[in-house]
Design a protein around this ligand. Structure first.
Ligand code: PXP
Length: 245
């Protein structure tokens, strides 16, 4: 699928963050998901965190039944989250590292060190027909461990790239490029995400082995100024322009 159209998964977690700031039902992340689909999102991504700081269990139940695009459930490698995934059977599950005190997902999953914990989890999800992805740093050892584990997909963490500028960003971009190539050679479908914005997405979108980007915080923030429809349209245009480079 190298060089094919890049899918955009829209992460709607932070609509729920705003809702939860007042404890009511507005704004509704499921309504945002519906608008995102209408604006061209190829899928919806939501992270059910252990502390339920944004997305709730009910949001996941509603996203599965009310949205007619693939749902990518981001989840920690815990028994609780595995049971929830097996109950709702989203299209995809992306296993992410999670620490209570972090502001967002910091760093990738340690697949090398977590093989014993991850193996039965990946097997159970796959047997349920859920496409499993592992959120990892662009590190060859992690890619090789993901392939050994039988995960069909990896998502490369672009958080470090997103925080850098100038030559440091170029170095990190090269790590992402090499990792995407290595992942594809190992037979993995390769995705990327975290911290992407319209002004930094182009060089990532240009990596031909990438099949999907998952983007949330910037889009929801931008929607305050220009609306979700335009924010997603602008992101799609920036991705398409990058892909053509
Ligand atoms: N991919 C994964 C695995 C994530 O955990 C997140 C954040 O929830 C994202 C993508 C999206 O990151 P951002 O909200 O910074 O665009």
């Amino acid at each position: 699928m190298t060089g094919s159209r890049l899918r955009l998964g829209v992460n709607i977690d932070h609509v729920a963050t705003i809702r939860n700031a007042r404890g009511g039902v507005h704004p509704d992340p499921v309504k945002a998901a519906r608008l995102a689909v209408a604006a061209g999102a190829d899928g919806i991504t939501a992270h059910l965190r252990e502390d339920r700081r944004h997305i709730s269990d009910n949001d996941i139940a509603r996203l599965v039944t009310e949205i007619d695009r693939p749902l990518n459930l981001e989840m920690a490698a815990t028994d609780e989250m595995l049971a929830i995934a097996l109950r709702h059977r989203p299209h995809a599950a992306c296993i992410v590292p999670e620490r209570r005190e972090e502001r967002t997902t910091e760093g990738g999953l340690d697949v090398v060190g977590g093989l014993a914990r991850l193996t039965p989890m990946v097997t159970a999800l796959r047997e349920a027909g859920i496409r499993v992805s592992l959120f990892i740093e662009p590190d060859p050892r992690q890619l090789e461990a993901a392939a050994r584990l039988g995960a069909p997909v990896v998502e490369l963490h672009t958080g470090r790239y997103s925080h850098l500028a100038g030559s440091a960003a170029v170095v990190e971009l090269e790590r992402l490029t090499q990792a995407a190539r290595h992942g594809a050679a190992l037979g993995l479908e390769v995705h990327a995400g975290h911290g992407l914005r319209t002004d930094n997405v182009g060089p990532v979108a240009a990596i031909p082995e990438l099949a999907e980007l998952n983007i949330g915080h910037f889009l929801i923030g931008e929607a305050v100024f220009v609306g979700l429809d335009r924010a997603i349209g602008d992101m799609r245009a920036a991705m398409d322009a990058g892909r053509l480079q």
